[in-house]
Design a protein around this ligand. Structure first.
Ligand SMILES: [Zn+2]
Ligand SMILES: [Zn+2]
Length: 394
């Protein structure tokens, strides 16, 4: 049986298999000084040798690479440590390794008969070229074709300002994968016939460079028999469909809240359960009210007289009009709190937020002489400077 070409990295560096990292470092430096192209200008043999020791050092000086090399007999970036471990274990126990190197057909190799181990760099190069392909191929085949759960979906759902406060029904249009109604998710229909890819053998031959190797037929998963592809879903088992989903909004739902609709995500494959649909609620805005958690913010203008003398004014709340007491001497920008006039909390049932009123003072336009005279009179009676405190703080 042909085996993959191997390289004796330890021999190249002239160290034992048990060499420490320090031994390897020293051996490489010594050899590198001897064969470095700068020291041997124009010497092709030295250049080759330098490449070899560099490659050996690259693998042996890296703990992870060295372990894989020790286990498999060569190194490739495509071999993950778990595969190398499994391969080494199978070799020790004499069982079937996960990758059967002996199964490769090396007959197409340059030079006729099967290449023997360690017979040169050209063989190594070819092997390395196709190596990545073999491992990628193997990974694809290992994908199970059994039941797989559907994936979750996430959508943003904008909900009307009032619906978010009072609760109710809302709807959203989504695209989701549904089980194909023609094949009921199987992806195939009708009786099984001989697989056209492998002609019933369950194996197909792939070319890798000049080498041939057999892999399990991906069309029939090695069974040799397969039913026709479903014409509706082309074998997927699911179809993408636009759907309007209705969902319930709890009173007091806040912006950014997540709603989970179980089983409303994508359909599973081969009978797997569907995923979930997650909705992120975006609460709509209102021209007068602003929501801040369970509180409602509003800006309310009052007259100069109401601000100076105090008054009871009507302000809008989410329940309709309500009386707000303006204390005498209220300033523009002042915030007045109306307790429990906000939103009923979804988190803490029975609790309500507040309405927070920001007062602005509407200054009158004085268009007649009598009004202006009264204002001047008012100023004479109250000669306080509102900017005095500012200057005192400087
Ligand atoms: Zn097949
Ligand atoms: Zn189908």
């Amino acid at each position: 049986m042909p085996t993959p070409p191997q390289k004796d990295y330890y021999g190249t560096l002239g160290v034992k298999k048990t060499a420490s990292a320090e031994d390897i470092r020293k051996a490489f430096r010594k050899a590198a000084r001897k064969y470095h192209p700068d020291v041997n200008p124009g010497d092709k043999r030295a250049e080759e040798k330098f490449k070899e020791i560099s490659e050996a050092n690259d693998v042996l000086s890296d703990e992870k690479k060295r372990k894989i090399y020790d286990q498999v007999g060569f190194y490739s970036d495509q071999i993950d440590p778990a595969t190398a471990e499994a391969y080494a274990r199978a070799q020790r126990e004499g069982t079937q390794p996960p990758i059967d190197f002996g199964g490769f057909d090396f007959s197409g190799f340059q030079g006729g008969p099967a290449t023997q181990a360690g017979s040169g760099s050209s063989a190594w190069g070819s092997f390395k070229d196709i190596f990545s392909g073999i491992f990628t191929g193997a990974q694809h085949q290992e994908q199970p074709r059994g039941p797989q759960p559907g994936t979750d979906l996430e959508y943003q759902a904008t909900v009307d300002f009032w619906t978010a406060i009072r609760g109710g029904q809302a709807r959203i249009q989504i695209d989701r994968h549904e089980v194909c109604t023609t094949c009921h998710g199987a992806g195939r229909i009708g009786p099984e016939i001989q697989c056209s890819e492998c002609h019933g053998t369950g194996q197909v031959t792939q070319m890798g460079g000049r080498m041939k190797f057999n892999i399990t037929c991906p069309n029939c998963n090695g069974t040799g028999r397969v039913a026709n592809l479903c014409p509706t879903c082309h074998g997927e088992g699911t179809l993408s469909r636009s759907e309007t989903v209705e969902f319930r909004i709890k009173p007091g739902t806040r912006d950014g809240q997540r709603i989970r609709l179980q089983g409303k995500g994508n359909a599973g494959i081969n009978g797997g359960p569907p995923g979930d649909l997650f909705l992120i609620v975006r609460t709509g805005t209102h021209p007068v009210f602003t929501r801040q958690g369970d509180d409602i913010l509003i800006t309310v203008p009052i007259t100069v007289a109401e601000a100076a003398l105090g008054a009871k004014v009507e302000v809008p709340t989410i329940d309709g009009r309500a009386q707000l007491k303006i204390p005498p001497g209220t300033q523009g920008g002042q915030k007045l709190r109306m307790r429990e006039r906000g939103v009923e909390s979804a988190q803490n049932p029975g609790q309500r937020g507040d309405e927070i009123v920001t007062v602005t003072v509407a200054v009158p336009h004085l268009n007649d002489e009598r009004s202006r005279e009264i204002m001047r009179e008012l100023a004479r009676l109250n000669p306080n400077d509102p900017r005095k405190a500012l200057f005192e703080k400087i």
